[in-house]
Design a protein. Structure first.
Length: 391
């Protein structure tokens, strides 16, 4: 198996060159994700880039009235991050998107921006917006998701060729994209350690809607969609009626009627990122009950490290990147029977085993952070800009 080195860079490792000006170039970002939906990789990375530059975050089009066509809904996240939700026609997206984006580029006084993509649907905009550099941060295999356009595979191939650098959110994704191009770099999901360590603090108050749920609690937070193994949830809730299974997150692309129902299975709905450590504090065991299907083949769940930062025992189905990187510190299970056996083992964990697990957790957390991820990305950008100048 090919080893992919963990990247860690010092801020001052980037030498002073003309290409270094890219470090402070403003960003125009094109994303399939809504900024205010669920806090994920884009918010962590772009918030750090925005500390010393402007970020214009362009979301996919909104449904809108004809009278609003060609405008955009604006969300001002902070002084440096502006989100726009264009009111345009999907059928003519690029043509109608261009003048909207150009308007806000001028309004924000952005010049020759660095174009940053999370979705290849937008790839043709590179031919219409003057720019200094192109980044594709591939965080998921979107073509494998439910309702994905069949055109997305070819669109992504074109974007990878247009991009100056490609980043991937996991090792499996890296191995897949590296077959297409050589300007690909692996930056697996990281963690805001200080945020999720609030789950360990005495002053953190557990929210009322989970406080009253009977213990022990085995829980998950995140989007609930086609990646969830719903039959598995049904089976483990039935096999352990004395355990409360809690899922926190919005239900997307599947119907509420598809969710298994048991007295000990609780769906709390979506919660704000700022509140997740308080919910995590209530978990006796954290779980990642993902199905093994096309949509999970390349995922590298950010919540793995967040659960680790909260010192929670973790049970996961055998997602490839999770099994490869974390099988020594969490329980990887193949079916409902193995899942409930892992629950029983963790509930009986003695103090010696618990401290050994936490020691492993701390060793992992020392090697990774979103800050280091951003510094590494900056270094790659400068290196490729320098190479382009010399070519």
């Amino acid at each position: 198996m090919q080893e992919i080195a963990t990247r860690s860079f010092e801020v001052n490792s980037v030498s002073s060159t003309p290409e270094k000006s890219l470090i402070t170039k403003d960003l125009v970002v094109f994303s399939h994700l809504r900024w205010e939906f669920v806090t994920q990789r884009p918010q962590h990375i772009l918030s750090r880039f925005a500390q010393d530059r402007k970020v214009l975050f362009v979301e996919e089009p909104l449904d809108c009235n004809d009278s609003d066509r060609g405008t955009a809904h604006i969300i001002q996240i902070n002084d440096n991050i502006t989100v726009i939700q264009p009111c345009i026609d999907w059928e003519n997206m690029i043509q109608e998107l261009q003048p909207v984006v150009e308007h806000y580029i001028q309004r924000l006084n952005i010049h020759q921006p660095l174009l940053w993509f999370y979705s290849a649907v937008f790839h043709e905009i590179t031919e219409r917006i003057p720019h200094s550099f192109v980044v594709y941060d591939c965080m998921d295999e979107l073509s494998a998701f439910k309702f994905a356009s069949p055109a997305l595979i070819e669109q992504e191939k074109q974007l990878i060729q247009k991009a100056d650098v490609v980043f991937t959110g996991g090792k499996s994704l890296y191995e897949a994209k590296r077959k297409i191009a050589d300007h690909v770099y692996c930056y697996p999901s990281s963690v805001d350690r200080a945020h999720f360590e609030k789950a360990l603090q005495a002053e953190t108050q557990i929210p009322a809607d989970i406080t009253d749920i009977p213990r022990p609690i085995v829980a998950y937070y995140g989007v609930i969609d086609e990646r969830m193994d719903l039959p598995l949830l049904d089976d483990i809730a039935r096999l352990r009626p004395n355990v409360s299974f809690v899922l926190i997150g919005p239900v997307v692309k599947i119907g509420e009627h598809e969710l298994p129902r048991h007295p000990n299975l609780h769906y709390l709905g979506g919660r704000h990122y700022n509140d997740l450590p308080a919910y995590l504090k209530a978990f006796d065991i954290a779980m990642m009950p993902f199905a093994l299907n096309e949509s999970t083949q390349f995922i590298s769940p950010t919540k793995t490290l967040e659960y680790i930062a909260g010192h929670k025992p973790i049970i996961s189905t055998p997602i490839y990147d999770v099994k490869r990187d974390y099988s020594e510190v969490l329980a990887v299970v193949n079916d409902a029977e193995e899942f409930v056996q892992a629950i029983d083992r963790y509930l009986q964990e003695n103090e010696t085993d618990k401290q050994a697990r936490i020691k492993h957790y701390e060793a992992i957390l020392r090697t990774i952070s979103w800050d280091a991820t951003v510094v590494g990305m900056q270094k790659n950008i400068v290196e490729h800009a320098r190479a382009n100048v010399l070519a």
